[in-house]
Design a protein around this ligand. Structure first.
Ligand code: FES
Length: 348
């Protein structure tokens, strides 16, 4: 059984030497995505099924055509396939958009986006939406790259800067070509210096959206603590870029008892199956050939998110969910298992 659909690559646009944008169609097949969300692609790479999630770089508020942007990772199976092999006119299987790293998390009138490399992808989508809404006093981007040539969407960012006086961009480079520019990865002190220098920014009140590798996220998070920004105003998305061939470790909650039966409601169908000790809800569903949505399988991306309607789900690593979401009953099937028999969950 399959719950995924087919998309066409309408256009392939080279952004930098190692990043490409894929414009997808038919446009109405991708339903109601939000800026900051991602789509999961199910690829056939040399006969092997590979599943990867990519953020939208398009904004549903201003771009008629949905698009994703991909950075080629050395030895990365999926990114190499999408970058080098796939061409306009080819089809790909996908699952509907998901993800909680979205603009509607912001509660203030001032937004600061911090990204590194291809971490710009969900951020540019949110920036375009935020500027088009015209309801924010300040929209700022701090964007870190290896050098000037690696900046993705440089011309778009400059175009937005010229069009919106409330938009500011700060570039940082670890190895700039121009020796007059400061050199080094974005760290805590550099971040604090940039933020404190932004005119008319109420630093402690603004919302901060972070997307990049874990090292950068940690530096910025410590910087935000020093700036006394409360955690509820810090929204983050990390990505795993080290090696797409690596298998992912999934932490399953300890459970020594018998299998617990669970009911999963998904796309108008109801599935009942047993989750054996040591297995997650997702693993058990896939064993039964029930095609539930997923991507990272490590509790990070939220592609497998559902809501517990009755009973109880216990979870291992659940970094993708906030405390509030957990309190409101949201669960991740890839790291969760039913704690009691008769648990019922619903997946959108
Ligand atoms: S598949 Fe990514 S969080 Fe479950």
């Amino acid at each position: 059984m399959s719950t995924s659909n087919q998309l066409f690559i309408e256009e392939k646009i080279n952004e930098t030497a190692d990043s490409v944008t894929l414009v997808l169609k038919p446009h109405d097949l991708i339903k109601n995505y939000k800026s900051g969300q991602f789509i999961t692609l199910l690829l056939n790479v040399g006969g092997e099924k590979v599943r990867r999630s990519y953020s939208f770089s398009s904004s549903p508020a201003v771009d008629a055509k949905p698009s994703i942007t991909i950075k080629k990772i050395q030895d990365g199976k999926a990114s190499s396939y999408l970058f080098s092999t796939l061409k306009a006119g080819d089809t790909i299987e996908f699952q509907q958009p998901a993800g909680l790293f979205t603009l509607d998390k912001a509660v203030s009138e001032n937004l600061v986006f911090i990204g590194a490399g291809s971490g710009i992808t969900p951020l540019i989508s949110m920036i375009k939406t935020a500027l088009a809404k015209k309801s924010y006093k300040k929209v700022c981007l701090i964007y870190s790259n290896r050098n000037e040539d690696a900046v993705i969407f440089k011309s778009k960012l400059e175009e937005l800067k010229a069009a919106y006086s409330n938009f500011e961009v700060f570039y940082t480079y670890s190895q700039p070509h121009n020796s007059a520019l400061p050199k080094g990865r974005l760290n805590q002190s550099q971040f604090i210096k940039i933020v404190e220098g932004i005119k008319d920014l109420p630093v402690a009140q603004a919302d901060y959206f972070l997307c990049g590798p874990d090292g950068m996220l940690e530096e910025v998070k410590h910087g935000l603590e020093i700036l006394q920004v409360v955690p509820s105003k810090v929204h983050k998305e990390s990505f795993l870029t080290t090696n797409e061939n690596d298998s992912v470790f999934v932490s399953v909650p300890e459970h020594s008892g018998d299998a617990n039966e669970i009911t999963v409601m998904y796309q108008g169908s109801e599935y009942k199956f047993a989750v054996k000790p040591g297995k997650t809800i997702l693993q058990s569903a896939l064993d039964e050939d029930i095609d539930l949505p997923y991507s990272c399988m490590s509790g990070l991306c939220t592609a497998c998110m559902g809501k517990c309607l009755s009973g109880k789900v216990e979870m291992g690593d659940q970094d993708g969910l906030s405390e509030k979401e957990v309190k409101n009953g949201y669960i991740l099937t890839c790291v969760g298992r039913p704690a009691v028999a008769g648990t019922v969950i619903e997946i959108d």
